[in-house]
Design a protein around this ligand. Structure first.
Ligand code: BEZ
Ligand code: FE
Length: 301
């Protein structure tokens, strides 16, 4: 049954309640807070009315949120995960990183960034012993006028070949994460790992919800970047592997066409760009990064 099937009297009662609740925020001194709360109330009530939500279903929703709170601590954030799998994180990122000239697109931050990553020199290895196939990553950092950005801080982090970030391992030492700085020509290069698919933490209420609706918890293979430079908009993004088995089915909707890159595979024994000796096959990827101005006058496409 939809809301259009209720009687006029019932419709009026429901709408009166929405109006009363919306008006209860009229006195909020903070205009922005008032706008957000009133909009939230309208949309929440619309969901209840449109779905004709039962009391049992509402109790289940409250129980779900209670479980999400119970599993959340300083290491596990179930509410961000929920926002991620509902596509809300990506929508917030999109709204706040508007298209600007040829600036590189942003994507979801994820829960596995750690402050204080080790610094590596250009050409260094961010794997720090984490298992996986070596990957030589290179590119430039430029502004939207095409000028090289010198000294941009590039944070990189990723899961290893077992699908785990260092923080998910009991050993407790940092691996498969580092930061480096672009050189005078805006160029960077480092050794990392060829990304592989892995599941988001699925042992909590969000995982149960995905299971109940027949959705996979898998993320498309990716390598995270966060790039900061004075006067330019901070970029939080990943690059994805062209031909990846998960690809567009990424459970947090993070994939963008412009961020899918060719990870070119070289057979064992092929010499490497920096002469490093590598056992087994390795890959090579190029990612040229363009940063928007910190506060663009106007979004332009
Ligand atoms: C990740 O990229 O690692 C990630 C992103 C969103 C939710 C969970 C994991
Ligand atoms: Fe990730």
């Amino acid at each position: 049954m939809t809301s259009t099937q209720v009687t006029d009297v019932q419709q009026k009662r429901e709408q009166d309640l929405v109006d009363t609740v919306v008006r209860s925020f009229d006195g909020a001194g903070d205009e922005r807070l008032r706008f957000i709360m009133q909009t939230l109330v309208k949309h929440l009530h619309a969901v209840v009315r449109e779905t004709r939500l039962t009391e049992k279903e509402w109790e289940q929703a409250i129980a779900f949120l209670t479980d999400a709170g119970a599993i959340t601590d300083d290491k596990r954030q179930e509410f961000i995960l929920l926002s991620d799998v509902l596509g809300v994180s990506m929508q917030v990122i999109g709204v706040n990183n508007q298209a600007y000239a040829d600036a590189t697109e942003a994507t979801v931050f994820g829960p596995f960034f750690v402050d204080g990553s080790p610094r590596i020199e250009l050409g260094g290895d961010m794997a720090f012993g984490a298992p996986g196939e070596p990957c030589w990553a290179t590119g430039t950092v430029k502004d939207t006028d095409g000028n090289p950005v010198r000294g941009a801080r590039i944070e990189v982090w990723e899961a290893d070949a077992d699908g785990l970030y260092d923080v998910q391992r009991p050993e407790g030492h940092m691996a498969a994460r580092a930061h480096l700085f672009s050189d005078d020509a805006g160029e960077y290069r480092f050794w990392g790992l060829t990304p592989t698919p892995y599941p988001i933490p699925a042992d909590g209420p969000v995982g149960k919800m995905l299971d109940a609706v027949g959705r996979s918890p898998m993320r498309a293979s990716h390598l995270h970047f966060m790039v900061t430079a004075r006067g330019l908009r901070r970029l939080v993004t990943h690059i994805f592997v062209r031909g990846d088995e998960i690809g567009w089915k990424d459970t947090v909707f993070g994939v963008k066409e412009s961020l899918i890159k060719d990870f070119v595979r070289h057979p064992a024994g092929t010499s490497t760009p920096d002469g490093r000796s590598v056992e087994g096959p390795w890959t090579e990827v190029r990612f040229d990064i363009v940063l928007a101005p910190a506060e663009p006058a106007q979004p332009s496409v």
